[in-house]
Design a protein around this ligand. Structure first.
Ligand code: C2E
Ligand code: MG
Ligand code: MG
Length: 475
């Protein structure tokens, strides 16, 4: 159905953000709008938040892009960081209320002639109408992201939520509203890779990246059923004796059309596309079964580390872990779940509840890539993980980079003071291994001790390691 877009008025005063109201008037005005909404107008409004919807704003932006001021029109796409965590925290009502508060805050800041719309679950767009000079856009976009500096108070509780933004310009990027919105979205996704609260302007290479992303998302949807995933296992050795004591399970995907795609590329896409819960569930079941088998047949003490995506970290995970342990007979203490620092949002009760439930079950938890995220020391105290993995970016600088050495050493001492064991990732040279051992690192992982390999390759290594251990014990 073609969207009927109201004609462009001379004064443009009717083009204000809808509803372009002050905070206090927002709720009342939203109710009023809906109560009196003509059905035709109702279709312009996002019923949850009261701001415009995607169809309306696209049509209106298209009119602007055909007008004389097209070169000054821009789109700013704003997407909340970690919104799924908020939805997981309680019920959807909390998420809905947050989205309404966000809409309200944005509406209070968006310039009078600009348009504000919600264009997806937690995604908003602001279309600037051309009165604004392009050089002022970065400051404007930053002011909009700055609105998220203050927490959102919902039912008496404060929630800290940041947002990332992407900007595309009618002058440079496209005169087609849908394309401009897509490009601003691609810029926003690129911004997200730089961390929460980031802002990026669209550049040509993002178009290719967006196409690649789209292709990956499409292919990922059928990848589990097509049996395109497998797991690789990388040995983890104890620093003192350099014996393999565990493995990290690492996901591998060979797409029939795209070939091998790195998890660093496809995992974030799977997370955003809502596919990571099922893929992560498969990883968990597969790795538990494999390691239970190794413990039974080859290496009775070997443990397994499994990476858990933030979107998996909820009560379903607790249930699934319990099922996997029951089905495979794997002892809970042989399973370590790796979570990243960014996941540990201090305000989030779901995280706390999930950590407690897993810990009660006897499963171990480790913080992966430590030092690359927020690295808040208070997280260590609050969530008391069993292990911490020093990110390989610090290890790569060893032994010569004094800062890397100082940081790695400090992390080991701090972790040990909290009775947390330390694994160094990405150990590639003998010098690094020796230095890390001197620093007191408990475990080492990296190409020096073995690259991630198939279960069959790993079986060979584990059986050799266990034969050595048996011989040593017999001596
Ligand atoms: P990670 O969990 O930190 O895994 C370690 C990564 O470092 C792996 O990359 C591994 O191959 C690589 N690596 C290990 N030793 C060395 C070394 O000595 N030098 C260098 N340069 N690299 C080394 P990989 O397999 O490409 O995985 C990348 C990331 O993808 C992982 O980082 C993890 O965050 C994510 N990932 C992998 N599998 C899964 C999974 O099953 N679920 C989730 N949620 N994420 C996964
Ligand atoms: Mg890991
Ligand atoms: Mg890591």
């Amino acid at each position: 159905m073609t969207e009927q877009v109201p004609a462009l008025s001379a004064s443009r005063s009717d083009l204000r953000v809808h509803p372009a109201w002050t905070d206090s008037a927002f709720a009342a005005a939203t109710a009023r709008t809906h109560a009196h909404c003509h059905p035709a107008h109702g279709s312009f409004i996002d019923s949850l938040t009261g701001v415009y919807n995607r169809a309306y704003v696209t049509g209106r932006a298209q009119q602007w892009l055909r007008s004389a001021r097209a070169a000054h029109v821009a789109m700013i796409v704003v997407n909340l960081d970690c919104f799924s965590r908020i939805n997981d925290m309680a019920d959807y009502d909390l998420g809905d209320r947050l989205l309404r508060s966000v809409a309200q805050r944005l509406a209070g800041r968006v310039a009078a002639n600009d348009l504000l719309a919600r264009i997806g679950g937690d995604e908003f767009v602001i279309v600037t109408d051309g009165d604004r000079d392009v050089p002022t856009l970065p400051a404007y976009a930053r002011q909009i992201l700055g609105l998220f500096a203050e927490p959102f108070v919902i039912a008496g509780r404060a929630y800290r939520v940041s947002a990332s933004g992407g900007v595309a310009l009618g002058a440079v990027h496209s005169r087609d509203a849908a394309v401009l919105m897509r490009d601003a979205g691609a810029a926003m996704r690129r911004a997200k890779t730089q961390g929460p609260g980031s802002l990026r302007f669209f550049t040509g290479d993002m178009h290719e990246a967006a196409q690649r992303r789209f292709a990956i998302e499409e292919r990922l949807r059928g990848a589990l059923d097509a049996g395109e995933f497998r797991l690789a296992y990388q040995p983890v050795v104890n620093a003192a004796a350099r014996e393999t004591v565990g493995v990290e399970a690492l996901l591998r995907w060979t797409s029939s059309e795209l070939g091998d795609v790195s998890p660093a590329e496809f995992v974030p896409i799977a997370e955003q596309a809502g596919l990571m819960e099922s893929i992560g569930g498969w990883v968990l079941a597969q790795a538990c079964a494999q390691v239970a088998d190794w413990r039974w047949n080859i290496a009775p003490d070997v443990t397994v580390s499994i990476n858990i995506s933030p979107v998996q970290f909820n009560e379903h995970l607790v249930q699934h872990v319990a099922e996997c342990l029951a089905n495979t007979g794997l002892e809970p203490s042989a399973l370590q779940l790796e979570i990243t620092e960014g996941m540990l949002m201090p305000d989030d009760p779901t995280i706390g509840a999930t950590i407690s439930a897993l810990t009660r079950m006897g499963v171990r938890l480790a913080i992966d890539d430590f030092g690359t995220g927020y690295a808040s020391m208070s997280y260590l105290k609050r969530f008391s993980p069993h292990g911490l993995k020093i990110d390989r970016s610090f290890v790569a600088g060893l032994p010569h980079d004094k800062d890397c050495a100082a940081i790695a050493h400090a992390l080991v001492r701090m972790a040990h003071a909290c009775a947390i064991s330390v694994t160094a990732e990405g150990v590639e040279t003998e010098e690094q291994a020796s230095l890390l051992r001197e620093m007191g690192c408990d475990f080492l992982q990296g190409f020096l001790f073995g690259r991630p390999g198939s279960a069959a390759e790993c079986s060979g290594k584990l059986s050799r390691a266990s034969r050595f251990a048996t011989r040593r014990e017999q001596r």
